[in-house]
Design a protein around this ligand. Structure first.
Ligand SMILES: Nc1nc2c(ncn2[C@@H]2O[C@H](COP(=O)(O)OP(=O)(O)O)[C@@H](O)[C@H]2O)c(=O)[nH]1
Ligand SMILES: [Mg+2]
Length: 298
C-alpha cells in the first residue's frame, strides 16, 4: 500500500481504506514487539492517529517526536515529560540529519529488557526484537526508516510508494524492522486540528483553501510568536504599531509581508496566492523560527 491517499478525489473511498489499513496494521502487529509511533514535534496531539490507543493496546510503544529541528526545544522537553508521566517513553528526533535515531534503538532495547530477561530464564537466548514504524502521512516515517537502516535514497516525500513484499531488515544484532511503515489516517475531528495539520504541511494544501490556512497561521503567530514573525519580515515599528492598533489587523499584516516580498498585483492589491505560499513555506521550513503549535500547558 502507499501513503498517497491524499490525492484521492473520492471522499467515500476513505473510510473503506481506513478499515482495510487498520486490519492490516492489527495483523502486522501480531508479529511486533515494539511499535514506534512517529509524531510531529510541533503538534504532538494533532499528529496522533485517533485510533492509535486501541490499535496499539498491550504493545510496547515508543513515541518519536520527529521534526524536532522545527519545534521549540523547551516545549519538546515538556512533551517528553508529559508522555513519561503517562508511562510512555518519548524521544525527540530529526530524521533529516538522523539525530536521535540511534538513541531510539537504545530505548527499544530498554523497553524490552525485562521481557528478554524472562525469555532468557526460560532458556530462550538471543531473542530477536521486532519493531514497526507507524504514523500519519508526512511525519517522516520513510526518512526515519532510511536513517535507521542507513539507506540514503528511498521513497521520501509524497510520491506513491512502490508496492512490494514486506521485509524484515536487520538493524542491529537483535533488532529487526518491518520495512513497510504503518500509514495511519490523521484526525479530522475539528477545524482547529485540521488547520494545525495544514500549517505543518501534514495534509496537503488542496484540502483547505491556501489563503485561509495562511491567514489563520498568521493570526496564530501574531498572537503567540510576534517577535519571530515581525523579525522574519523585518516590519518597521510603524507597520507593527499600525497592525496592533487596528485590533491586530491580519490583512494589514499580510499586506506588509506581501510588500516586503514583492507579492503585490497591479492595482496595489495583495497577491493572496503568492503571499500565502511564502508564509506557509517560511513556516514549514523553520524560517520564522522553531515554533511548537501545541503546548503541554495549553
Ligand atoms: N525538518 C525536518 N523535515 C523532515 C524530518 N523528517 C522528515 N522530514 C521531511 O518531511 C517530509 C515527509 O517525510 P517522509 O519521510 O516522506 O514522511 P512519511 O510520509 O511519513 O514517510 C519530507 O520532505 C522529509 O524530508 C525532520 O526530522 N525534520
Ligand atoms: Mg513514506
Amino acid at each position: 500500500m502507499n501513503d498517497n491517499w491524499q490525492n484521492s478525489t473520492n471522499i467515500n473511498w476513505y473510510p473503506g481504506h481506513m478499515l482495510k489499513t487498520k486490519k492490516q496494521i492489527m495483523e502486522d502487529l501480531k508479529l511486533i514487539d515494539v511499535i514506534i509511533e512517529i509524531l510531529d514535534a510541533r503538534i504532538p496531539l494533532a499528529s496522533q492517529n485517533p485510533d492509535i490507543k486501541q490499535i496499539t493496546a498491550n504493545k510496547k510503544k515508543i513515541i518519536v517526536l520527529n521534526k524536532s529541528d522545527l519545534a521549540n526545544e523547551a516545549e519538546t522537553k515538556k512533551w517528553i515529560e508529559f508522555f513519561k508521566n503517562q508511562g510512555i517513553i518519548a524521544i525527540a528526533t530529526d530524521s533529516n540529519l538522523g539525530k536521535g535515531v540511534k538513541e531510539t534503538l537504545k530505548l527499544v532495547q530498554e523497553v524490552m529488557q525485562e521481557k528478554l530477561e524472562k525469555a532468557s530464564m526460560k532458556g530462550i537466548k538471543n531473542k530477536n526484537i521486532r519493531i514497526m514504524i507507524c504514523g500519519i502521512p508526512n511525519v517522516g516515517k520513510s526518512s526515519f526508516i532510511n536513517r535507521m537502516i542507513n539507506k540514503k535514497s528511498a521513497e521520501v516525500g509524497n510520491r506513491p510508494g512502490v508496492t512490494k513484499q514486506k521485509q524484515w531488515v536487520r538493524i542491529s544484532t537483535n533488532i529487526e524492522l518491518l520495512d513497510t511503515p504503518g500509514v495511519l489516517w490523521p484526525k479530522f475531528e475539528n477545524q482547529d486540528i485540521s488547520l494545525k495539520l495544514a500549517y505543518t504541511g501534514t495534509i496537503k494544501d488542496e484540502l483547505l483553501d491556501k489563503t485561509e490556512i495562511a491567514y489563520n497561521l498568521l493570526k496564530y503567530l501574531e498572537k503567540n510568536n510576534k517577535k519571530e514573525l515581525f523579525e522574519r519580515y523585518k516590519l518597521t515599528d510603524q507597520e507593527i504599531n499600525s497592525i496592533i492598533s487596528e485590533d491586530d489587523d491580519i490583512i494589514k499584516l499580510m499586506y506588509s509581508i506581501a510588500k516586503k516580498r514583492g507579492a503585490i498585483i497591479s492595482g496595489g492589491e495583495i497577491d493572496y496566492e503568492r503571499t500565502s505560499a511564502i508564509i506557509l513555506n517560511d513556516f514549514r521550513t523553520g524560517k520564522i523560527g522553531r515554533i511548537t503549535l501545541e503546548k503541554v500547558d495549553g
